[in-house]
Ligand binder design. Sequence first.
Ligand code: PGA
Length: 252
Amino acid sequence: MRVLVTPDYRTLSRQAAEIIADAVRFEPRLTLGLPTGSTPLGMYEELVRKHSDENLDFSRVKTFNLDEYIGLAPGHPSSYHTYMHLHFFDHVRIPIKHIHIPDGAPGIDTDRESIRYEQAIQQAGGIDLLVVGIGSNGHIAFNEPGSSFASRTRIVDLARETRANAGRYFASEDEVPRRAITVGIGTILESRRILLLASGSGKSGAVARALQGPVSEDMPASALRGHFDVTAILDEAATPLPPIAGVIGRAW
Ligand code: PGA
């Protein structure tokens, strides 16, 4: 695993966007795996800027989001559908048929949707570049501790810590859905290239365990150490070792 330590969140966001932009310029028909949450907000902002200022072209790119809450209509203000349109898709020219987000709407057949989504990824030829954050409990996408490293797209129960962290996006923590649909760790590991993003001191413990602790299903992000092409981009606050001031690209 390569580890880039950046001085701050803004630099982390720019580095992540630059890696995505380079990949899209090199392969305009790229398939991206995309995260939600607070960490990638700066990355999306930078990609939108590159789209308008540098003509970065997403018109042939395909995207697969990593997860969605179960029980929220796509138009719900806290759904990941809403997040993605608000922060990214509405600001770049990308055909709607290239956008894939798991459907967690009330009443859907969740098992069928899980199979459909996994198959859609396969039919697209797999994910070329997948971007993922890390939860303070070490989850990747919504693969909570205990998830099998072979897991595929499926319905999961959200951990208490995950729901507590998500409370800020809902009127109250009670309103955070208890279940979600998520790509599996096996699905993630089949991506050709992975970018792991972590920002802020709240993540340094999880980053330390994921990168330096035992590889274990108790720490889902540690699974990434078994993949041959992972780049972790951290800001200093999320870095468990004292960073070298001002140096971008320090590797452990
Ligand atoms: P965050 O979430 O970016 O909102 O911290 C990351 C995650 O839980 O995967």
